[in-house]
Ligand binder design. Structure first.
Ligand code: NDP
Length: 335
């Protein structure tokens, strides 16, 4: 049985009197730093002096360089993008990791792909929320929890698990629950979601919008109907409570008959094969090598793909619709 941890399985005691250094003030960094501070913990932030640092100052958190924060923190939370972590770790974090400290990751990536070496006398743990930073903050502010995957890679003093669970509680996760999932499984499943499920959904969604608009429906109506109304989001929300099959009972007979009778038209071996290939590539470690090379090369392909995705028919349609509806398309740093 996979171990599940809830609010009563943890206390914040192992964090009291400790300095928690949050390295990186991006999606996860800001949310986790503010949640821990609101949970009564002593939090400092390590970040370069730039736009993210300005957010930290506005939020009133003590700001240092990454190296300084890593040296000051008893618990050092690396909330930096995975692909840049190895170099920052080597140059700025590792020198500050003295005996008895705890290093925390929000993803298993660098451990799974052996991209960093740890001193033998520190704890190394993972508290990996299964949701985006904005939601980590919003759930906390609403008094709700969110799922996290947690694991211990290195335990030198028997305190690694109590600290892991205390952090999961402090960021607000345990109001829902945390699950013991290994660094390796967390990483591979996360990459699989990003590289198989998300692109497949993206193709389905953009294709449906383009087909409807080409068929002559008003683009605002088509885009709202297909996803912008939030109905699909609500369906996924209900699926998270009742299961994908369970939530079908919330739909009308017309809807259920239409969906079930047309399902076989979309099934086929190609999707399964593509997903299997994507997963095999991730598990071989080749994706991590590819992504490190992309980072080392200055993100040329990544930026080109990003630019291209903003110029598609779908992107143009979506921009027009959002302008017509006076919607802001930039969710960064909300809340
Ligand atoms: P972000 O991309 O939001 O992090 C940006 C932060 O990292 C900023 O503070 C930025 O500072 C800093 N940073 C970026 N590049 C560098 C660099 N080269 N040198 C120094 N600092 C740098 O990351 P996320 O919050 O998305 O991800 C952090 C961790 O959380 C990752 O391990 C990720 O896998 C995990 N995670 C992320 C989730 C998400 O929703 N995004 C969900 C669950 C886990 P600046 O640019 O100012 O230098």
């Amino acid at each position: 049985m996979t171990r599940v941890f809830r609010e009563d399985d943890a206390t914040l005691e192992s964090l009291r009197g400790k300095c928690i250094a949050v390295l990186g003030y991006g999606n996860q960094g800001r949310a986790q730093a503010l949640n821990l501070r609101d949970s009564g913990m002593s939090v400092i932030v390590g970040n370069a002096d730039d736009e993210y640092a300005a957010h930290a100052r506005k939020d009133g958190v003590a700001l240092h360089s990454i190296a300084e924060a890593a040296a000051r923190g008893d618990i050092v939370m690396s909330l930096l993008p995975d692909e840049v972590t190895p170099a920052i770790y080597r140059d700025a974090i590792r020198p500050g990791l003295s005996k008895g400290k705890t290093l925390v990751f929000a993803s298993g990536y660098c451990v799974c792909f052996r991209q960093v070496e740890f001193p033998p006398d520190i704890n190394v743990i993972m508290v990996a929320p299964r949701t985006v930073g904005i939601a980590v903050r919003e759930h906390y502010q609403r008094g709700q929890g969110f799922l996290s995957f947690v694991d211990v890679h290195q335990d030198v003093d028997g305190q690694a698990w109590p600290t892991t669970l205390a952090l999961a509680k402090g960021i607000g996760s345990l109001k829902s629950f945390a699950l013991h999932v290994s660094f390796k499984d967390e990483t591979e499943l996360d990459l699989f979601t990003e590289q198989a499920l998300v692109p497949a959904l993206s193709v389905v969604l953009t294709t449906a919008v383009e087909v409807a608009v080409r068929a002559g429906y008003p683009k605002v109506a088509a885009v709202l109907e297909l996803y912008l109304s939030g109905e699909i989001g609500d369906v996924l929300h209900e699926a998270a409570k009742y299961g994908w099959i369970g939530q079908t009972s919330l739909h009308s007979p017309t809807s259920r008959y239409g969906a079930k009778s047309r399902l076989p038209r979309f099934e086929g071996p190609q999707l399964q094969k593509t997903m299997e290939d994507v997963l095999a590539y991730i598990r071989s470690g080749k994706f991590a090598t590819e992504w490190s090379a992309e980072q080392a090369g200055g993100y040329k392909n990544f930026n080109a793909m990003d630019d291209a995705s903003k110029k598609t028919l779908f992107a143009r349609l979506e921009r027009e619709v959002m302008q017509e509806l006076h919607m802001n398309g930039d969710p960064r740093h909300v809340g």
